[in-house]
Design a protein around this ligand. Sequence first.
Ligand code: DGI
Ligand code: FE
Ligand code: FE
Ligand code: FE
Length: 188
Amino acid sequence: PLTSDEIIAKEKSMMDEKRFKHCIGVSKTARKLAKLNGYDEDKAALAGFVHDYAKQIPVADYVQAIKEEGFDPDLLNWSRAIWHGIVGAYFIKRDLQIADPEILTAVNRHTTGDKEMTTLDKIVFVADFIEPGRDFPGVEEARETAFADLNAGVGYELAHTLEYLAEKRAKIYPRTLEAYNVWAVSAD
Ligand code: DGI
Ligand code: FE
Ligand code: FE
Ligand code: FE
């Protein structure tokens, strides 16, 4: 495996300064959420650090990976917003030599969420949304909600994301909708 210095250097080489700072913020917030929820803090911090590793990989590289590495061809109808989680996990395994399936699944699910989410999936999903560099209307409420109750934080984020996407008339990835139906819908 790569040393942590090698992982840091490789990741830094893949993205601009703003994105790198975001990854450090997500790593710190993931560590904090892990502590609050009795999860392995170092593992959460690593998953948070690498979660956007593939965000700026060229589109052509994604198209090639989707075609050659056995991904669902429907992914070709989407964009890097969706790819950098699902296909990003493949690049992280290949380039950073991180093979831990829990970390790779958390990266896979970090943008859309999923029907089933592990504690680590929830930690990375929520940390991405509330890390200290995030600033949008509602971020303080999202932080308070997530630090009080991780599942409620997931639900808050999915509702917010659905509202934001629908407002823009953006196409909703089915898994985002499935996650919303599980984690954001209140009891009847
Ligand atoms: O990579 P980040 O910017 O840190 O955050 P992210 O990975 O959570 O989200 C990246 C973008 O993906 C964000 O602008 C919201 C968007 N997104 C999330 N779910 C969907 C989506 N975009 C579309 N079109 N459809 C989705 O279902
Ligand atoms: Fe992301
Ligand atoms: Fe996110
Ligand atoms: Fe992110």
